[in-house]
Structure formats: C-alpha cells, structure tokens
Design a protein around this ligand. Structure first.
Ligand SMILES: [Zn+2]
Ligand SMILES: [Zn+2]
Length: 164
C-alpha cells in the first residue's frame, strides 16, 4: 500500500491508519511456501516534528513443515514494527530510522522485509515428535518400522566385521 507523507501531514491528527491484506503465497522461505494465508498489515503512520512514526503489526497463520517429521504445522505469527521515517539523513547511522526520498512511501517495501527478518521457520508438530526413520523414512510417531537405527561408530563397525 502506498501512502503519501504529504497527506499524512495534512490529514486530521496528522496521522493515517491502515489495515489491509497482502498475498505472499508465492514467497519461498527455507524451500517452502509458508504463507498459505493472507498476511494482514495494520497500523498507522503519524507525522512527528520533522519525521514520521510508523507503527505496524503484521499477522498471519503460517504453514511450516515440522523440522523432524515434515508434517505441515499451522502457527500464528506476529511481527511488530516500530520505525521512524525521515526525509533527512541523520548525522549518525541509527537503527530503526529509514530515509525516504520521495513523498510516496510503499509500506510493503518497508514492512515485508521486517516480517522476513522476524520469521522463525523451525517448528515442531509436537515437542516430543519422534521424527522420521533416517533409514526408511517411516514416520516414527505412527509406530516403529523395525529398522536398526543404532548409530555405530564406523571403526567399531569394522571391528564387528572382523569378528564375524
Ligand atoms: Zn513432527
Ligand atoms: Zn525405518
């Protein structure tokens, strides 16, 4: 969504509220398309002295494969963003300050990277998820497959061969 900073300054309370959805379903994160639901962006941009205060909450439900068994897991995600937009270059580099060059600001260009920085894509379907058998790929949450999964030290394996 594009917002005109000039409009923010001339609007009532010198502030514009926004609340809209974007579609990020084509985005691939860690090899997966995790944005199966629309991403909601709501917040406000307010003129303050020489700068603008941008506050936003980005929320969505993600669908991410369990890190152990690969089952899709739905999880709620929220990213809070609080940034200052300014048309002037600050003397020293500061975090949370974004310099804008034109009157029009594309909110998505600012907010979507913030969302990506905040993503934690390692999820488990259950803290006790047993994962997949590394030998046959069977989902061990559904019972044992009978494979011998004991890790054998390769040197001991050689010894075992010799003792046969
Ligand atoms: Zn799992
Ligand atoms: Zn197995």
């Amino acid at each position: 969504m594009r917002i005109s900073l000039g409009e923010v300054m001339t609007s009532k309370d010198k502030r514009i509220d926004f609340d809209y959805d974007i579609d990020l379903s084509e985005e691939v994160v860690g090899g997966e398309q995790i944005f199966t639901d629309p991403v909601r962006i709501c917040g406000s941009i307010e003129s303050k002295n020489e700068a603008f205060q941008l506050e936003a909450e980005i929320s969505t439900d993600l669908t991410i494969a369990c890190a152990r068994c690969l089952k899709p897991v739905r999880c709620e995600h929220y990213t809070d963003v609080s940034l200052i937009l300014t048309r002037k270059v600050a003397n020293e580099e500061m975090d949370d300050i974004i310099v804008v060059e034109s009157d029009e600001v594309e909110l998505d260009d600012i907010l979507v990277p913030e969302l990506f920085l905040d993503l934690d894509t390692v999820v488990l379907c259950d803290p006790d998820c047993k994962g997949l058998c590394p030998k046959c790929g069977h989902d061990l949450n559904e019972g044992d497959c009978g494979c011998n999964r004991k890790e054998i030290d390769p040197r001991l394996a050689k010894l075992a061969e010799l003792l046969k």
